[in-house]
Design a protein around this ligand. Sequence first.
Ligand SMILES: [Zn+2]
Ligand SMILES: [Zn+2]
Length: 248
Amino acid sequence: MGTGTSLGVPIIGCSCEICNSTNPKDQRRRTSAHIEIDGYHIQIDVGPDFRQQMITSQIEDIDAILITHEHNDHISGLDDIRPFNFKYKKALDLYSSPRVLSEIKKNFYYAFGEDRYPSAPRLNLVEIPTDLFTLGSHKIEPIEVMHGNLAVLGFRIENFAYITDANYISPSSQSKLGNLDALVINALRKEPHPTHFMLDETLSLIDSLQPKKAYLTHISHDMGLYDDISKELPDNVFLAYDQMELQL
Ligand SMILES: [Zn+2]
Ligand SMILES: [Zn+2]
């Protein structure tokens, strides 16, 4: 699994110490994850850095795409799934909520319908149910979380869960996040933000959910340096970084 972080560091022309750090763990490209489970490859989100993330991680297969929500930092790399269309000679299955699928159809209008542009990406849009569904032979549990006023999907796969862009998780959704070996969850920075958890909010949620380990993603360059922030975190909480790999 690779966990990219956010929000597009290095920011062009930014002179901050994070954007100019030489530590690879301060690299914060747009957030996504790639999960390989028994040879089945699931890509969660396809943002603007998708192509480079796939090349750097040398990932050569995608069996299914899961999309958390329709913001561009999570979908705008979808043109770059074409090498997988060429490789498999078929459309890729993309799973999300009905609202997200309809926004993807609007954004990538040239990839759908009778007038589709011939070399556009080929996507087979699949609505997911609100409860468990199966990808390959694996049960996936969608978990609704709030991103400001927007409902966003998190996903649980066995004892791993991936939540991004949240700033509120209801008690019923939190009840689906117990007994985790690893929780990937967003924390934008220390200062408050209207639609993303700030660090203290994420840490108190982790404290109540009690995953064995938690990894903070969707980190902005306002968060501070990896080496500095890591010292402030509880023993079971880690900052994610670009191309991070977890073995579970
Ligand atoms: Zn978002
Ligand atoms: Zn985002």
